[in-house]
Design a protein. Structure first.
Length: 289
């Protein structure tokens, strides 16, 4: 009889730890800053915030019910295309929002709307970026945007913007134009925070070095920086000289400083191109699967 292995890989553990930490950041941002100040920063959390003040419903439980409805609709329209990680993140976020709300001050940390937007979006944006970096989401308006794309061929980013803008209109109608304007500002700041944190999480540095001493430079990069190197064949258009071009990808900023130092020592006249790449798959970086 074949034995079934219940062993959980370290990668899986790391994935769910990061998702959980991200979810907790989002919950803290909502409970400490956004919800107490009635700031509906788009998404299901924004709609749940509006319903919380209009009907007295708990934010976390409302988010869970709304997301459950959206998942059912998505299954019928889009098919079963959502991973277990997104299910986990959706349930965990609803859980932590209501649990934290029991222990945190109901009035939040500040009644200054600008501070609430900035600090609330910093926490929620950073948390969402961590969740996205693990190829998961918390459902919500992401699902609605995908449904709109399926039914009306509307681009997902445009769909998200349309949905979030509609929710801020509801916030303005429910709480006044000032709250509505701050809610719209929160949507913009949140998007900016997510993009920048994601860039910081995933960014690597690609370096191309054109030098007549490429072999020595490549050898030192491999031994001193412990990064792989690829040679590309090059030929000077004016000089007609042929040489090897060094291509390497670095993960940390200090690695770039070391590579620049190596090039300076070996060939001060070398030509160096440095650019940021958002995702790198392969040995030393993320697995392609």
């Amino acid at each position: 009889m074949k034995r079934i292995s219940l062993r959980i890989s370290p990668v899986t553990v790391k994935t769910y730890v990061v998702i959980t930490f991200g979810v907790m950041l989002v919950a803290l941002g909502l409970d400490l800053f956004l919800v107490p100040n009635r700031i509906a920063a788009g998404g299901v959390s924004g709609l749940a915030t509006i319903l919380h003040y209009l009907l007295g419903l708990p934010v976390g439980a409302t988010m869970l019910v709304l997301n459950a409805i959206l998942f059912v609709i998505a299954f019928r329209i889009l098919g079963v295309g959502f991973g277990i990680k997104s299910f986990y993140a959706t349930i965990a976020l609803s859980f932590f929002v209501d649990v934290f709300a029991r222990f945190l001050p109901p009035s939040g940390l500040t009644n200054d709307l600008m501070l609430a937007v900035l600090f609330g979006d910093f926490l929620t944006g950073a948390g969402m970026a961590l969740i996205f970096s693990m190829d998961a989401s918390t459902g919500g308006t992401d699902i609605v945007a995908m449904i709109l794309k399926k039914l009306f061929d509307l681009d997902v980013p445009k769909g998200l913007l349309l949905i979030d803008f509609t929710i801020t209109l509801f916030a303005a109608a429910s709480f006044g134009i000032t709250i509505g304007m701050y809610s719209l500002l929160a949507v913009i700041v949140n998007s900016f925070t997510i993009d920048n944190v994601l860039t910081g999480v995933a960014v690597s540095t690609q370096v191309i070095i054109i030098s007549m001493h490429s072999r020595k430079i490549a050898e030192r990069i491999m031994t001193e920086v412990n990064r792989g190197v690829t040679f590309l064949k090059g030929e000077g258009a004016y000089s007609g000289k042929r040489y090897d071009i060094v291509l390497t990808v670095l993960r940390r900023r200090r690695e770039l400083a070391r590579v620049k130092s190596i090039v300076k020592e070996e060939d001060p006249k070398a030509f160096i191109l440095v650019s940021h790449v958002h995702e790198v798959f392969g040995e030393g970086f993320k697995n392609i699967e």
